[in-house]
Ligand binder design. Structure first.
Ligand SMILES: [Zn+2]
Length: 311
């Protein structure tokens, strides 16, 4: 049972202003290294992929270069698979799952589909184990024109030249216990609204695009991940985090309307993965493997069915 303790910053019922955001920022501490954990891996992959720097975030705590990795044998006549990780920096398996996919599986797709992978979209938040950027803005509600998040704007600029040719996009996320203990209470406090506790589902699930659903595609991902880790059950109301379960482990949002990363292209196939790393039944290695299984299943399905498939 989650207690409805008030968040330590701000006044209940009043949205944060600059002073509260500054207070929040002053409490963030660097807990791991983007350079050591991520840039080192990218350097190691440079021998096999084209590495593109698509921006740099300049924050008081440091500068964070933004990188994407592309198929070395990129061919304009092939469709494109886009993989994004670390849009929420604290969601560790998204970052490391994307890197592991490149290291262990990307070569299998050479000559069949062009790959572009942005493994850590929000590196400051990776280091702080945070959901927001330093402005207390959630990048994954900010994929829209005139984005308030530099992380989101940079990724949109990267994708813009080829966004109409993306066949499949997999955005790698986690749902964590800290969503309920910290991030949802912080969100309610920031916006000056009441925090309504919810349950954290134990297991993997995906988020489809409710405007352009692809149930067969989502099912293929669920089937592949189920071989690696367990799928989240629906709660007593038939829901996962407040949304109706459409098929085992699948919910849907209007991804573009919400400014979610999954809405950054009009790809036929798009999904947001949600791994649960705090499960007593899942190791960190399993979480990475679940992300990799999701990416491979998504690309395999897209290649098998092409752009013409419909729900
Ligand atoms: Zn997330």
């Amino acid at each position: 049972m989650t207690t409805q303790a008030s968040y330590p910053i701000g006044t209940p019922g009043h949205p944060w202003g600059a002073a509260e955001v500054a207070d929040w920022l002053s409490r963030q501490t660097r807990r791991r290294s983007y350079a050591d954990d991520v840039l080192g891996m990218i350097e190691a992959l440079r021998a096999r992929f084209d590495v593109v720097q698509y921006g740099e975030l300049d924050y008081p705590s440091g500068r964070y270069p933004l990188f994407a990795l592309k198929s070395r044998d990129w061919r304009d006549e092939l469709p494109i698979a886009l993989v994004t990780g670390g849009v929420h920096g604290y969601e560790t398996s998204g970052v490391h799952g994307a890197l592991q996919f490149l290291d262990r599986h990307a070569s299998a797709y050479a000559g069949r589909i062009n790959l572009i992978v942005a493994p850590c979209v929000s590196p400051w938040a990776y280091e702080m184990i945070q959901r927001w950027n330093p402005d207390a803005v959630d990048p994954n509600r900010s994929f829209r024109d005139d984005s308030p998040a530099r992380e989101s704007a940079a990724l949109m600029r990267l994708v813009a030249p080829f966004r109409d040719r993306v066949l499949v996009h997999v955005d790698l996320h986690e749902t964590t216990d800290s969503d309920e203990s910290e991030f949802r209470p912080a969100l309610a406090a920031r916006d000056g609204v009441a925090y309504v506790p919810d349950a954290v589902p134990d297991g993997f699930y995906t988020v489809d695009d409710s405007v352009h659903p692809q149930p067969g595609f989502q099912q293929a991902i669920i089937d592949a991940v189920a071989k690696v880790t367990h799928i989240a059950p629906a709660d007593a109301d038939g829901q996962i985090i407040g949304s109706p379960v459409l098929a085992p482990g699948v919910i849907a949002y209007p991804v573009k309307e919400l400014g979610l990363c999954a809405g950054i292209t009009d790809a036929t196939y798009k999904t947001t993965t949600e791994v649960y790393p705090d499960s007593p039944r899942a190791t960190a290695e399993q979480c990475n493997a679940a992300q990799v299984a999701a990416v491979c299943a998504a690309i395999d399905f897209a290649l098998a069915h092409g752009a013409g498939a419909s729900a």
